[in-house]
Each structure stands twice: as structure tokens, then as C-alpha cells.
Design a protein around this ligand. Structure first.
Ligand SMILES: O=C(CO)[C@H](O)[C@H](O)COP(=O)(O)O
Length: 234
């Protein structure tokens, strides 16, 4: 069994009867969904919230019942992949272009589980270019603002045209080889008019399921969950 399959399937152990499950996007979570589909066939009752059109399509093929955000009060658990995972369980996500819905779902979930093969583990975030979702209306000015932060943004292309996200936006892949202050960078990027969100997921993962040097599947856990929004005004 390959690492992606091993970690992807392990996450299914945390899904219990009647849960609302955030369904992530990518080739690792593919294995989570495939196993969930089998368990649903055997009688497991869950409802899924997909984080992308791609995942929605896959979940439908697997007959996983889906619900929509506005029909539920909260998500019990979200399972998703990552492009980089730091020692403090901070993440870069969005390699598949689904970062916005992934962050919305992760934020609404009581528990966020990340499934990541050993190639995703890093000491410091930044080798993977940080995806930033922007509105097409203001691409050049947004790029200039981002450059002022010392970052080199590149418009993501697909088949010779700009890649379009499920939300109708563009992605800038931002080279920033050593992210020294991820929290600050996440906030600074999101303050730029034209930026919708970025792929830094700081303090959000409760558990990372990965593989150690001995090829054993291991669980790395964070003590506190930061999903709730802090009260900012009264
Ligand atoms: O953030 C993501 C999509 O936007 C994915 O979770 C991330 O790119 C990891 O994908 P994979 O499991 O295919 O390596």
C-alpha cells in the first residue's frame, strides 16, 4: 500500500455514525473518500460537505450522501490533504486550487484531520509556492501589492489560459522560500484588496496523519483547536 493510501484510509477511523464530514480535495483524500464510499454501501450513515467540484463529483460517484453548508449547523470532522506540513502542524494548501472552500470547511469543523504522505513534511513552510486566490477584476495591482511583501507571484495557468477556481477566481502561486512569520503573512496577504484568501492554514489542523521514517503510519496531534472565530466587536 502506498503512503497516500495508508494515511488516507487511516483517517476514516475517526468518522462515526451520523457525522457531518468535510470532504477535502486531492489524491490523498481520494483514498479516504473511496473507503468512506465502501462503508456507506455497508450502512454507515454520514453526510458529506465537499470542498470542490472535483470532490463533489467523486462523492456522488461513490454514493456518499451530501449536504450543503446552509443546511447544517456545524461540521463534525473535516479530512483534507496538504502541500506542506510544518513541525507545528501549520500548513500550505491549495495545490489543487481548492483552498477557499477548504478553508471555509476547515474553519467550520470541530476537528480538522490532515492526511499527508512523508514528502509533505517540512521544517519550515515555503518550498511549495503559496497559492493565493484573487479576483480576476484586479490581477495586476494585486500582484504588485503582493510583490511589496517580498514575494514573487506567478499566475497559475491551465491549458494555456489562467486557471479558474470553483469560485470563478484566479490563483497566484507565490514563491516565498522561507516563511518566517506565517501568521503575519496570512493576515497581510488577506488585507490586500483583490485577495480572496491564501493557502496558509495556521493553527487549524488538530491532527496530522502521516508516515514516519520506519514507514509506520503515525498521528501527530495539536492540543487546542482554534476553529471558533474570536469576538472582535460588541
Ligand atoms: O490543498 C489541496 C487542494 O487545494 C490538496 O489537499 C493538496 O494539494 C494536497 O493534494 P494531494 O493529496 O493530491 O497531494
Amino acid at each position: 500500500m502506498n503512503e497516500k493510501q495508508a494515511v488516507g484510509e487511516k483517517a476514516v477511523e475517526f468518522v462515526k455514525k451520523d457525522m457531518v464530514v468535510g470532504l477535502g480535495t486531492g489524491s490523498t483524500v481520494f483514498y479516504t473518500l473511496s473507503l468512506l464510499g465502501k462503508l456507506v454501501q455497508q450502512g454507515l450513515s454520514i453526510k458529506g460537505i465537499p470542498t470542490s467540484v472535483q470532490t463533489e463529483k467523486l462523492a456522488k460517484e461513490l454514493n456518499i450522501p451530501l449536504t450543503s453548508f446552509d443546511e447544517i449547523d456545524q461540521i463534525d470532522i473535516a479530512i483534507d490533504g496538504a502541500d506542506e506540513v510544518s513541525g507545528s502542524l501549520d500548513l500550505i494548501k491549495g495545490g489543487g486550487g481548492a483552498l477557499l472552500r477548504e478553508k471555509i470547511v476547515a474553519k467550520a469543523a470541530k476537528k480538522l484531520i490532515i492526511v499527508a504522505d512523508s514528502t509533505k513534511l517540512v521544517d519550515q513552510l515555503g518550498s511549495f509556492p503559496l497559492p493565493v486566490e484573487i479576483v480576476p477584476f484586479v490581477m495586476k495591482a494585486t500582484k504588485r501589492h503582493i510583490q511589496k511583501l517580498g514575494i514573487h507571484p506567478e499566475l497559475r495557468m491551465a491549458n494555456g489560459a489562467p486557471f479558474i477556481t470553483d469560485n470563478g477566481n484566479y490563483i497566484l502561486d507565490c514563491a516565498c522560500p522561507k516563511i518566517l512569520a506565517p501568521n503575519e503573512l496570512e493576515n497581510n496577504l488577506n488585507m490586500i484588496p483583490g485577495v480572496v484568501d491564501n493557502g496558509l492554514f495556521i493553527g487549524m489542523a488538530d491532527m496530522v496523519i502521516t508516515v514516519d521514517k520506519n514507514k509506520e503510519v503515525i498521528l501527530r496531534e495539536r492540543k487546542q483547536h482554534n476553529s471558533s472565530m474570536e469576538k472582535a466587536c460588541e
